[in-house]
Design a protein around this ligand. Structure first.
Ligand code: KG4
Ligand code: ZN
Length: 343
């Protein structure tokens, strides 16, 4: 039995968790800074770094207490070392190093994106590999081929914005709370998803016959929402949120356009790879419409879609501790010179 303490501080959540043998979550503590960034409509790196510094030790203490353990009962410490905001990552990496060094514990470096993919496997039995993994969050929208928990090869990524970023920006245009994903999704429940025909990005032709490679794009969609709000006149002023008559229809139609694109590209690319399972992870994987449509379309195509439960879609440290166990098992222990990397 191996108990790993995981630490996550790559963006705006300070998190720590204890996981047994890679899958059994003994505790998971997440402190979100969303309220501190809300008035800016996005994450402010300086605020994030300072907030992590304030929260990290209390969060680690709580994760240990919730698991009824002491630091001496832990077998290894895993920490997100990349990618993310450098000042934020450094808080987690320095803390993990200090704790591991003081107790003579192995230190394990974890890639945040690989850990998101692990979150979908962590809660299920067995191993779905090889499969694809759609990582869809505020900072990333990419589809990978996963041959093992530690071997991900990128098949497609976004040409511009991440899907979560598009949700956050459209929420801002509609005068909704930050983070935008949950607020847009809530308003979308009251609107008609077919009310407005927003564009869906589709690559031209097939890559196999000289066409564009598979990719996602959301900036055209975001601009289409803006022009719609301006009544079709690109140069008109953007109306105040309270003057938008069809806010729910905009939210629902925008969400549908994002979901359509994510589902279509994921299913067609997974089939082209000859695989039958797709892991769907990251903050946007909380989206109920995405979950429904991906399950339905996957089933229609003879595939299986696997989502983590919502608490493990968004940033958390259980996925870090879980994948940390897999790395430890593969003999991948980090040196005391471990550094954080934004990429
Ligand atoms: O994975 P995550 O917690 O942090 C990053 O690594 O980015 O994802 C946060 C993103 C935000 O952009 C947020 O608006 C989006 O996930 N999100 C959602 C939903 N819940 C969170 N987007 C759409 N629908 C949701 N229900
Ligand atoms: Zn994330």
């Amino acid at each position: 039995m191996t108990r790993v303490l995981g630490i996550e501080s790559s963006c705006d959540e300070t998190a720590a968790a204890v996981v047994r043998d890679g899958r059994e979550i003994l505790s998971s503590v997440v402190v979100s800074q969303a309220a501190e960034h809300a008035e800016y409509g996005g994450v402010v790196p300086e605020i994030a770094g300072r907030s992590h510094l304030r929260e990290i030790l209390p969060v680690v203490d709580r994760a240990l207490a919730d698991a009824h353990l002491d630091l001496d009962d832990v077998d290894a410490i895993a920490v997100t070392s990349r990618p993310g905001l450098i000042g934020s990552l450094l808080v987690g990496v320095s803390t993990a190093k200090a704790l591991a060094f003081s107790r003579g514990l192995p230190l394990v470096a974890v890639d945040h994106l690989e850990a998101h993919a692990w979150a979908a496997v962590m809660e299920s039995e067995g191993a779905p590999y090889p499969c694809t993994a759609l990582i869809v969050s505020g900072g990333h929208t990419s589809l990978y081929r996963a041959d093992s928990p530690l071997r991900l090869t990128r098949l497609a990524t976004t040409l511009d914005d991440a899907a979560g970023e598009a949700f956050d920006k459209v929420a801002w245009l509609l005068g909704l709370d930050y983070p935008g994903g949950p607020s847009v999704a809530r308003l979308a429940d009251e609107g008609d998803p077919d009310a407005i025909a927003f564009p869906r990005y589709t690559p031209r032709g097939r890559a196999s016959s000289g066409g564009d490679p598979p990719a996602f794009s959301f900036s055209g969609l975001k601009t289409a929402v803006l022009y719609h709000l301006r009544g079709g006149d690109a140069l008109a002023p953007t109306p105040a949120p309270e003057d938008i008559p069809d806010r729910a229809a905009v939210a629902a139609s925008f969400q549908e356009a994002v979901v359509d694109q994510l589902v279509a590209r994921t299913i067609e690319t997974t089939r082209a790879e000859g695989l039958d399972t797709v892991l769907v992870v990251g903050g946007v994987a909380c989206n109920r419409r995405l979950r429904e449509r991906m399950h339905a379309e996957a089933e229609r195509a003879g595939l299986r879609a696997v989502f983590p439960s919502p608490a493990y879609c968004t940033d958390n440290a259980a996925m870090i501790a879980g994948l940390g166990f897999e790395r430890l098992r593969a003999g991948e222990v980090a040196g005391w010179n471990l550094d954080a990397s934004p990429r």
